[in-house]
Design a binder for this molecule. Structure first.
Ligand code: HMG
Ligand code: MG
Length: 308
């Protein structure tokens, strides 16, 4: 059924979705999904029209056992033309592993808060930036794209409200290292639209062009779509989302699923914003993955479109 398209002024005509389901989604599942299912998941996401799929992490298996098969997954994937397949890389060892498999896009992941930096990276914020510096330098010299996440941009479960100036300071240092894109993480999904606008305004005022900024919302309090709309109004054109709303972070208590890609695509297409994604194919993929995981997708759009 076609329900029509009505544009709103001041929004971009096209948005790139960074699909994080295979990484941010599956890292948080208690069950380890078999590598051949992960490969099929990635291939189906690409077949549904995704041009950016974050596939896995090159971190020690003891830190994220769910993604311990990163090598085996990459070996199974065929990189499609025009599609980027970023992987998370925390250090030089991770970069070695990624380069050995022909990876062309990586993501480093910093924290706006000291507590999460310690829990997620076993480092202070400063030490983690020192760890990333040679990774970013070498990756750029090899011609790779380098995303930089900043986690806990809107709130931290141990520290509470996170000052905007603290987020801006970490973001600036990541951009100074040479990262090509900044992804602002609402790791535990506590942000609300006014805060999103204020943070984006502060970042741009500090000198980070909005073209380099992506947003990464988790939907814990149902704010992810409202937050996204404000980010689009501020000129953001890359939005992270997870097929079927899979996701969370094993090192952040109270982190629930990411913004569901299907919910996002429903909104964007309703606004007349192009994504290149076939919503029916994507929802069918999430219904299939929900079957693999043995529970329904939390995405409203997946439920509405597939009856799952
Ligand atoms: P550490 O334990 O301090 O590491 O962890 P280390 O350097 O002392 O090394 C310990 C052992 O691991 C050594 O082996 C290393 O060789 C090995 P051993 O000598 O004991 O045999 N090692 C590695 N092995 C494989 N691959 C590697 C690697 N590095 C070291 N890359 C470290 C420090 C940074 C490695 C660890 O803290 C880590 O990997 N943390 C990442 C945890 C993670 O992936 N969290 C989830 C992602 S973040 C997230 O979800 C948020 C996000 O979605 C955005 C948002 O929502 O806000 C991105
Ligand atoms: Mg996340």
């Amino acid at each position: 059924m076609d329900y029509g398209v009505t544009a709103l002024p001041g929004l971009p005509s096209r948005v790139t979705i960074c699909e994080v389901g295979p990484r941010d989604g599956l890292q948080n599942e208690s069950a380890v999904v078999p590598v051949e299912i992960k490969a099929e998941f990635v291939e189906r996401l690409v077949a549904a029209g995704h041009t950016m799929v974050e596939v896995t992490s090159f971190v020690p298996a003891k830190w994220v056992p769910q993604l311990a098969d990163a090598e085996q997954l990459l070996e199974r994937l065929t990189f499609a033309d025009g599609v980027r397949y970023p992987v998370l890389v925390p250090n030089q060892r991770g970069l070695d592993r990624a380069l050995a498999l022909g990876v062309r896009d990586i993501a480093v992941f910093a924290s706006a808060t000291e507590t999460f930096a310690r829990r997620n990276l076993n480092r202070t914020v400063d030490e983690s930036l020192t760890m990333f510096a040679p990774v970013v330098e070498r990756a750029r010299a090899e011609g790779l794209g380098v995303r930089a996440y900043v986690s806990m941009c809107f709130g931290d479960p141990w520290e509470g409200e996170v000052p905007i100036a603290q987020v801006v300071a970490v973001a600036r240092r990541l951009m100074e290292l040479g990262c090509t894109q900044l992804s602002l993480g609402d790791t535990i999904g506590v942000g609300t639209p006014g805060r999103v606008a204020a943070l984006l305004d502060a970042l741009v005022a500090d000198g980070t062009p909005v073209e380099h900024v992506a947003v990464h919302f988790h939907d814990t309090y149902g704010q992810a779509l409202a937050n996204t709309l404000v980010a689009l109004q501020r000129g953001v054109t890359t939005v992270d989302a997870s097929a079927g709303g899979l996701g969370g972070c094993p090192y952040a208590k109270s982190a629930t699923g990411n913004l569901a890609t299907e919910d996002l695509v429903w909104q964007l297409h309703g606004l007349g914003i192009e994504t290149g994604i076939d919503l029916g194919k994507l929802a069918e993929t999430s219904r299939w993955m929900a079957g693999v995981l043995g529970r329904p997708s939390p995405s409203r759009a997946v439920t509405a479109l597939t009856g799952a």
